[in-house]
Design a protein around this ligand. Structure first.
Ligand SMILES: Nc1ncnc2c1ncn2[C@@H]1O[C@H](COP(=O)(O)OP(=O)(O)O)[C@@H](O)[C@H]1O
Ligand SMILES: [Mg+2]
Length: 513
């Protein structure tokens, strides 16, 4: 046993309280690298290290340990860079937590400096400096010769932060870098990681580890995290996979499809609107479709579907009213409309509100990412369903995720394709999950039983005769030939290659052109 160990034992015997305090101090500071990959990166001799890891693998912990190990050399310039002040702050706290006592020449600045936009620099007694930066404000990062840089959550930074700002500062002293992140598609961070996989790139090394590889997490915790996300997101966030741009967002297992016919009045065969119904409405702008997609709140099964194109707002409004009426007459206890209020939709929301509807305006653009995740996740877990209807299925399958160079996700249909059905379904599902049933806050029989339609203005009842012919557009039923399609809408079929008879011309104004 060496002399130091003997000293510790003596202290434990003579002053147990002081020994206890010393032990607490050491325990809180020294991080023992875990066997899930932290040692590999710590001991690697590569100048540029790229770590691609799942969330909570221990990236910030190992990065702090590595940058602290660099402070043993004197007069070093060390940088810690993260995409936002919030993330930089987390890194700063971890560095302070692991920092041994007595190494700083000046007291560490408070982390409130980040919020105040002031610089945060640790001055070490040996002349080494550690500077903390957010890539949100890269202005301050110019002009230094840097010996080592950590890029925490690198994939969320814009590519020029590395290429034009950090990388050039490493030239003078042949500095090194640790880039560490969860992946964000195949952006610049992916390319940096690829260099590390290339045996010709001697200066680079790279690794991939999953959240499950962190043995310090409570058992089952990583799997629980994965279960709370759509598969696509878990692949990236937990399993650290490189998603290709244009990856499909919605995985439509056959048993998530609701195999039921859409009836002429927009109702769904075998799924009458009962209980509270939510109608998601994506309003047409210039050239696209208006879609009304309804589900029963209780079991989330779809109970209404209508798609129309090229109709003026007046007509769209008429059909929305008709959809509500159809649901009410067929058993719904109430109907909530979820409408995109962006893009001047707020006027429409107001209009419907004034007419007595229970309508919720959602800013689709702001909430889109969350709505996509919610629907994708619930579809995968059998908590949401999509009608087995060919146009919608095409839209769902084509709907894709993309990543901007700065690591932000975007979701949309491929260029030039429609996504109105997907949008209406997302609005509907958001409503089903997040909106309570109105009028049910006081639970007495009267409020529960009160049919919502009483609130609607009289105009609704006057418009007695519901016509539904406009719901069927022969062009959109690929399985039907023209004759069958005409038959389905109740029209006499006529062969377009033959000129119309005078009788036909009299009865069919649509044949005039
Ligand atoms: N070597 C380690 N020893 C003990 N706990 C660790 C270790 N590495 C990571 N952890 C713990 O795992 C969790 C995630 O670590 P963190 O570095 O914040 O992950 P990431 O930056 O990858 O999201 C934290 O609770 C952290 O304390
Ligand atoms: Mg982290």
């Amino acid at each position: 046993m060496d002399a130091n160990a003997q000293k510790l034992l003596d202290l434990a015997a003579e002053n147990p309280a002081a020994f206890q305090r010393l032990m607490e101090m050491v325990k809180g500071k020294t991080i023992e690298l875990h066997d899930g990959g932290q040692k590999d990166v710590f001991y690697s001799k590569a100048r540029f290290k790229v770590m691609n890891c799942g969330r909570r693998w221990g990236k910030t912990v190992v990065a702090a340990k590595i940058i602290i190990s660099k402070t043993r050399k004197k007069n070093q310039m060390l940088w810690w860079v993260a995409p936002t002040y919030k993330i930089v702050k987390r890194g700063y706290d971890e560095v302070l937590r692991q920092l041994p006592d007595g190494v700083l020449a000046k007291a560490a600045p408070p982390s409130s400096n980040f919020d105040a936009g002031r610089s945060v620099i640790l001055h070490f007694t040996n002349g080494t400096k550690m500077e903390f930066y957010s890539a949100e404000r890269p202005e301050g990062m110019l002009g230094a010769a840097v010996d080592f840089a950590v890029l925490d959550e690198a994939a969320i930074m814009k590519p020029h932060i590395w290429n034009q700002i950090i990388s050039p500062t490493l030239i003078d002293h042949e500095g090194g870098a640790l880039m560490i992140s969860t992946p964000r598609g195949r952006n610049w961070f992916y390319k940096a990681w690829l260099k590390g996989q290339d045996s010709a790139e001697k200066l680079w090394a790279s690794w991939t580890f999953t959240t499950q590889d962190n043995p310090t997490l409570p058992p089952g915790e990583a799997d629980r995290m994965a279960e709370d996300m759509p598969q696509m997101e878990a692949d990236q966030e937990i399993y650290a996979k490189w998603l290709a741009a244009g990856s499909s967002v919605f995985l439509l297992d056959y048993d998530r499809l609701q195999d039921a016919a859409i009836l002429r009045d927009g109702l769904i065969d075998g799924y009458p609107p009962k209980g509270h119904v939510v109608l998601g409405i994506d309003l047409a702008r210039t050239n696209d479709y208006t879609v009304i997609y309804g589900a029963r709140m209780a079991d989330r099964k779809n109970c209404y579907f209508e798609r129309m194109r090229g109709v003026a707002w007046e007509e769209q409004r008429r059909r929305i009213k008709r959809a509500v009426r159809t649901c009410m007459r067929n058993g719904a206890s109430g109907v909530t409309l979820i409408v995109d209020e962006g893009n001047a939709g707020d006027v429409i929301v107001e209009d419907l509100e004034e007419a007595g509807y229970d309508v919720v305006g959602i800013n689709f653009t702001t909430h889109k990412a969350n709505m996509v995740r919610l629907l994708a996740n619930d579809l995968e877990r059998g908590r949401a369903f999509v009608l087995n209807e060919p146009v919608g299925l095409v839209e769902f399958e084509a709907y894709m995720m993309d990543v901007t160079p700065g690591g932000r996700y975007t979701y949309s249909a491929p260029e030039g394709e429609h996504d109105d059905i997907v949008s209406a379904k997302m609005l509907q599902h958001h409503g089903v999950v997040n909106e309570g049933v109105p009028g049910l806050t006081v639970l007495n029989e009267e409020t529960v039983a009160a049919p919502r339609i009483d609130d609607h203005d009289d105009e609704w009842y006057e418009d007695d005769e519901d016509g539904y012919d406009d719901l069927i557009d022969p062009d959109e039923s690929p399985e039907l030939d023209d004759a069958q399609a005409a038959d389905a809408v109740g029209l006499a079929y006529r062969d377009p290659t033959q000129p119309p008879s005078p009788q036909e011309l009299m009865q069919r104004p649509d044949l005039w052109f």
